[in-house]
Each structure stands twice: as structure tokens, then as C-alpha cells.
Design a protein around this ligand. Structure first.
Ligand code: AMP
Length: 187
């Protein structure tokens, strides 16, 4: 069993690379952003709780996010491996994830951090906005999401670096080239 975290700022290409990883390795994909969007779209009690927060571009509190993630893990006891996308975004989330993995006698084996500059990310998101019409990608929220990444989420990297699990991958270039860089890391 291999478990992997794909990491990077909004617009770094996590979603695109995740799809390719799933195709190649058969991971169960857990994207907390997708899960939150599903809940808000379907107006579930959880969706109602997080809607405003998501619309502002802020991070959902750890207790809510961690509980949702745990539930998702429990739904997939047969998984060959998990690909975590958009989680963890705080050190508390990273610690919780390690705990959950340990409880199942496994671990996070690789953290793949897509290295993309802030300027590149802003250009990409601007382009994506015109195609996808995602509510949380509106101009005023974009700044907040990028700020959340560079002020909070980025602190997760030293956590994994200390444990020797961090793999930084150049996230600039053609999609297939970036994918080759990623697969070169996974043994
Ligand atoms: P994403 O599509 O991963 O950028 O997530 C969209 C939004 O969902 C974020 O801007 C946050 O409001 C929320 N979200 C997703 N994942 C997390 C997480 N791990 N921790 C806190 N909030 C999250």
C-alpha cells in the first residue's frame, strides 16, 4: 500500500496530476476541496456550516475538516492506497493524518510538492476561472486562498521535510512532463 499527498498552491495542477496518478496507480482519491464542494452543492448540514467560510476563501476549521477526512477513510477500507489532494493544509491536519495512517498500520510514503511560483498560479487561475466558473475562484477570494496557502499551508512542508518524506517537483511545464517528474519519485 502506497499513500501519497499531493501538495501545492491553488492552481498548481494538483487536480490534473491527481487524475493521471489515479489512472496509473489506482489510488482512492480524497480531495477535501471536492468533498466540501459536494456538501455545499447538496446543501447537507456540513455544507451549510462551511459554505460561508469557503466562499470567503478561508480554510475550514481543522476539527470539521479532520472529521470529514476520517469519515472518508472509513468508507474505503479496501483501498490499495490513498491520494490526498488539498489535505493536509495545517500541521494539525498532517499530524491527524499520520495518526489515522498508523492506526491502519500504514503511513504517508510520499509528499509531492508541486513547486509553482505565485505569479504562475495567479495566471493559471485567471485562465481556469473563465472555463470552470468555480464560485470560490472569484477575484476577491483568489487573493485570500493564495494568502492562506503562503501563510498557513506552506508550514506543513517542514513537518514532512523533517521526516524525510518531502519531494519537491518542478510544477512548471507541459502536463506530461510534470507527470514524469512525479512518477520518477514514486518507486
Ligand atoms: P481546494 O479546491 O482544495 O482549493 O479547496 C477549496 C476550499 O475548500 C478551500 O479554499 C477551503 O475553504 C476548503 N478546504 C479544502 N481543503 C481544506 C483543508 N484541508 N483544510 C481547510 N479547508 C479546506
Amino acid at each position: 500500500m502506497i499513500n501519497l499527498v499531493i501538495f501545492g498552491p491553488p492552481g498548481a495542477g494538483k487536480g490534473t496530476q491527481s487524475e493521471k496518478l489515479i489512472q496509473k496507480y489506482g489510488f482512492v482519491h480524497i480531495s477535501t476541496g471536492d468533498l466540501f464542494r459536494w456538501h455545499t452543492k447538496n446543501d447537507t448540514p456540513l455544507g451549510k456550516r462551511v459554505k460561508e467560510i469557503m466562499n470567503s476563501g478561508a480554510l475550514v476549521p481543522d476539527d470539521i475538516t479532520i472529521a470529514m477526512l476520517k469519515e472518508e477513510l472509513d468508507k474505503n477500507p479496501q483501498a490499495k492506497g490513498f491520494l490526498f489532494d488539498g489535505f493536509p493544509r495545517t500541521v494539525a491536519q498532517a499530524e491527524a493524518l499520520d495518526r489515522f495512517m498508523k492506526e491502519n498500520n500504514t503511513a504517508i510514503h510520499y509528499v509531492l510538492a508541486l513547486d509553482v511560483s505565485e505569479k504562475e498560479v495567479r495566471d493559471r487561475i485567471a485562465k481556469r476561472r473563465t472555463i470552470e466558473n468555480r464560485a470560490d475562484d472569484e477575484e476577491d477570494k483568489l487573493n485570500k486562498r493564495i494568502t492562506e496557502y503562503f501563510t498557513k499551508t506552506i508550514h506543513v512542508l517542514p513537518y514532512y521535510e523533517k521526516a524525510g518524506r518531502l519531494n519537491t517537483v518542478n510544477g512548471i511545464g507541459p502536463i506530461d512532463e510534470i507527470f514524469s517528474r512525479i512518477t520518477a519519485v514514486i518507486k
